[in-house]
Write a protein that binds this ligand. Structure first.
Ligand code: G3I
Length: 360
């Protein structure tokens, strides 16, 4: 009887020790433990709260989170002056409880501007500037010192080339809407790191040059802009040299550089919803190896081209193929992230890890 009891205690103790060792190994081998800068991921708080396996992976690999959609205007302000902070407070709790940085995405974006704001602005063009000030002052002020940085303006340029995107903000307030947004955000939280964020600037030279010109103009007017966000939604066929050149030009500004929405697809698209083209119908081992190399090179380029003081971090836009936005948005089947549909690490995961560990 006593022997059985001792045997049971010994087995349980051994099991706990093994689990602890595995957990410790997973933590040691996690991405964040091997990075000199914050490693983040986009999250949907409902999905995360409902999936403990996903949570474990998120907590063991990442020390920064960006909300995929819940910190956007159309998810916060139901009508003028009526705010719903509940989802954001839940995300902040998760970040604080897990010692993670919360990055704010985003304040001003055409795609998440509620219809009622657009309609009211068209009726009363003088109203929009006042609304923007109230919105940013209230929102950034509420999370002062809690949200580390913000994408103040997202995607102000057309998808391709360097022209300004014809948004309600641009058409009603002119290009100055960008300077105003940064000014209001800085006044509301002088310590928050403020970013301009966009896509395709790693491969569209006209768009990158227009973005760098915008930043130069803002800085000449002493507008408080501190960083540039490369969304980095890239394809396997975008040459590393092209990306490296863009990162170099951006790093030369001295601004913080954030790879803010990283994923790498095999297929292609025309930057519009449902605009995907299905070239690959299955994910082969060779494709997995090539993607791992691509992720590794991207991390090494970031580490070797962007000076340490400007490395704001790398954030993946969802870290499992299961939860990625790509398939739903472009109506294709792709494999863009570092974990597969069963939450198992892909070669891409180890590509990122090798990129973080590479002696430079
Ligand atoms: O949560 C609601 C759910 O209650 C409702 O039943 C469902 C059907 O309408 O909608 C759900 O909200 C969706 C939300 O994602 C949460 O999953 C919104 O419709 C959907 O529009 C929203 O999509 C997000 C999109 O931005 C628009 O905000 C994507 O998850 C997110 O990945 C995407 O992220 C953008 C970046 O902000 C900017 N760069 C490109 C990137 C990808 O498009």
């Amino acid at each position: 009887m006593l022997f059985n009891k001792i045997l049971k205690i010994t087995c349980v103790t051994l099991l706990l020790l093994v689990m602890h060792a595995c957990n410790k190994k997973q933590k040691e081998n996690g991405l964040k433990a091997n990075a000199e800068f914050p490693i983040g991921t986009a999250i949907k708080i409902e999905t995360l709260n409902a999936d403990f396996e996903l949570q474990d992976l998120q907590k063991s690999n990442f020390n920064s989170i960006t909300s995929a959609s819940d910190m956007k205007m159309n998810r916060i302000i139901e009508s003028e002056g009526v705010y719903n902070w509940s989802r954001i407070d839940g995300i902040l709790n998760y970040a604080q409880n897990n010692n993670q940085r919360l990055f704010g995405h985003n304040l001003i974006w055409h795609s998440s501007t509620p219809k009622w704001v657009e309609e009211k602005a068209l009726k009363d063009t003088l109203w929009l500037a006042g609304f923007m000030k109230d919105y940013i002052t209230t929102y950034v002020g509420r999370y002062k010192g809690k949200v580390a940085g913000w994408d103040v303006v997202n995607e102000a340029f057309e998808s391709a080339g360097g022209a300004m995107r014809e948004t309600i903000w641009y058409s009603v307030m002119g290009k100055d809407y960008i300077a105003k947004a940064f000014t209001y955000a800085h006044e509301a939280d002088p310590n928050a790191v403020l970013f301009y964020n966009d896509f395709n600037i790693e491969r569209d030279t006209l768009k990158l040059n227009a973005t760098l010109k915008l930043i130069e103009d803002l800085r000449e007017k002493n507008i408080p802009i501190h960083g540039l966000g490369f969304q980095m939604h890239i394809r396997m066929d975008i040459p590393d040299e092209v990306i490296a050149n863009a990162l170099k030009k951006a790093a030369d500004t001295g601004l913080k550089i954030h790879l803010s929405e990283v994923d790498i697809i095999f297929n292609t698209h025309n930057d519009t919803q449902y605009g995907g083209e299905q070239i690959y119908t299955e994910l082969t081992d060779d494709m997995k190896k090539a993607q791992a190399e691509k992720y590794k090179n991207l991390v090494i380029m970031y580490r070797s081209i962007v000076p340490k003081a400007q490395q704001y971090g790398i954030t993946f836009w969802d870290f499992t193929d299961r939860d990625s936005w790509i398939d739903g948005f472009f109506s294709i089947t792709d494999w863009p992230t570092i974990y597969d549909d069963n939450l198992q690490p892909k070669p891409a995961y180890f590509g990122v890890l090798e990129g973080l560990k590479e002696e430079l």
